[in-house]
Write a protein that binds this ligand. Structure first.
Ligand code: PEP
Ligand code: MG
Length: 343
């Protein structure tokens, strides 16, 4: 808060506001155009959503689909678990809100840790962030996961191209058990070839073993949850009042994990997206592209600016930035590589 600004200071602030408005208007004017680097590399820019209204709104802000549907909204704020039919209605509404053929990536229920659920009791744990959360809940209570998978499969003819992804995968065994449940449910319906399956990369073990994961049959993509990945890489809670400011996804350790995972997936013709908060940070965009990221799943208001950031670079500059970024010593050094318009 600045008080007693001089006339000159006030006028500088007003000019800055005008410049920001003008930039936003220019970005907004091109929101519906694809995001392509100046030398032709297309990056899919999609939305993170938490409900049907978000799906509709994302279409008005230039989203090319949905890269993360946080399905918790279907389960939270109620006394009992949603039925399969209730879930079908919601997922199909989200799918219908998108343009036909656009991707809709539905993350299976991600509770536990910081997200408790009254009717799905998870015994108190000393370290809930290292306990039964994410896919571990679904593997522990498979009927919940099975019902959700059946509902996704039943929504797969609603227009969008559906993808399922499992949160908090840490081991190959997690993946195989979840995939087996998926395959068992899929074998009962006709939608077997319409839904692809992937995992969230939120635990460093997945990045370190990206080659083994990429070699798994039917593991079609990774979406990097940089919020959790950064916390687990640095062993710092992203909500901790003293530590949160250090939990920066531009830490070179996190970027190196993303880069090596992208390489491993591309060797197999598979794709990697980022759905954590860093995908909405225009400063990080050229580095992520240079690391090989194929899809950026952003908060809805960030979409026009993220598309503009993609268009502002060519691929070789992005690659050079990424190469430097992973050899930097600190997140501050990484951020210094990409000048932001200070206005
Ligand atoms: C993440 O961890 O980056 C992520 C997208 O998942 P969450 O819903 O936990 O933020
Ligand atoms: Mg997460």
């Amino acid at each position: 808060l600045r008080t007693n600004l001089s006339e000159a200071g006030l006028s500088a602030v007003r000019k800055r506001q005008e410049r920001i408005e003008a930039r936003k208007a220019a970005e907004y004017a091109r929101k519906d155009e694809p995001a392509v680097t100046s030398d032709g590399r297309r990056v899919q820019v999609v939305a993170n959503i938490g409900g049907v209204d978000d799906a509709k709104e994302s279409q008005t802000k230039g989203a090319e689909g949905v890269g993360l549907l946080r399905s918790e909204f279907v389960f939270l704020g109620r006394a009992d678990a949603p039925s399969e039919d209730e879930q079908v209605a919601i997922y199909a509404d989200c799918a219908r809100a998108l343009a036909p053929g656009q991707p809709l990536v539905i993350r299976t229920l991600d509770v536990g840790g910081d997200k408790p659920l009254a009717y799905l009791p998870i015994p108190a744990e000393e370290n809930p962030f290292l306990g039964v959360r994410g896919i571990r809940v679904g593997l522990d209570q498979p009927e919940v996961l099975r019902t959700q998978i059946r509902a996704v499969l039943a929504s797969s003819d609603a227009g969008a191209k559906l993808h399922v992804m499992f949160p908090m995968i840490a081991t190959i065994d997690d993946w195989r058990r979840a995939k087996q449940i998926f395959d068992e449910e899929r074998s009962k319906v006709a939608a077997w070839d319409r839904v692809s399956v992937g995992i969230m990369m939120e635990v460093p073990s997945v990045a370190v073993m990206a080659r083994q994961f990429a070699a798994e049959d039917g593991c079609d993509f990774f979406s990097v949850g940089t919020n959790d990945l950064t916390s687990y890489t640095l062993a710092m809670d992203r909500g901790h009042p003293k530590l949160a400011s250090q939990v920066d996804p531009c830490n070179p350790a996190v970027l190196a994990l993303i880069g090596q995972a992208a390489e491993a997936l591309h060797e197999r013709g598979k794709w990697l997206g980022v759905c954590g908060g860093v995908a909405s940070d225009p400063q990080a965009v050229p580095i992520l592209i240079g690391l090989g990221v194929d899809e950026l799943s952003c908060s809805i208001p960030a979409i026009p600016a993220v598309k503009a950031a993609v268009r502002a670079y060519d691929l070789s500059t992005c690659r050079a930035l990424a190469e430097k970024a992973v050899t930097c010593a600190t997140p501050a050094e990484v951020r210094a590589l990409v000048p932001v318009d200070e206005f």
